[in-house]
Design a protein around this ligand. Structure first.
Ligand SMILES: [Zn+2]
Length: 100
């Protein structure tokens, strides 16, 4: 059953890839709430402390992955200075819908 946990951990790592890739390549942070990511960071730190207190290696590993990915995301959002063509088109489409 432990393999299920490690597969889940792998999926956590993979799940962050599209967001981090977009931030890294496009330098576009359109629609990202840093407040939300900061709350997730605090949550992961608390969960890591809980896991360490119970010597839970698997769930502690997940939290370490979360913390690393969340920190990377927050750092990349702060350096973002561009709106990618895809999100610019989305923004322009939503603006044109709001006009009478
Ligand atoms: Zn974008």
């Amino acid at each position: 059953m432990e393999i299920v946990g490690w597969i889940g951990t792998t999926l956590v790592i993979i799940a962050y890839y599209p967001q981090i890739h977009h931030l890294w390549v496009e330098k576009c942070a359109w629609g990202i709430s840093v407040t939300t990511w900061r709350i997730w960071l605090v949550s992961s730190l608390l969960l890591l402390a809980y896991c360490l207190s119970r010597s839970e290696l698997l769930m502690g590993s997940v939290q370490i992955c979360n913390i690393a990915a969340i920190l990377m995301t927050i750092i990349l959002v702060r350096r973002s200075n561009h709106i990618c063509p895809y999100h610019l088109a989305v923004a322009e489409a939503s603006c044109s819908l709001e006009r009478p």
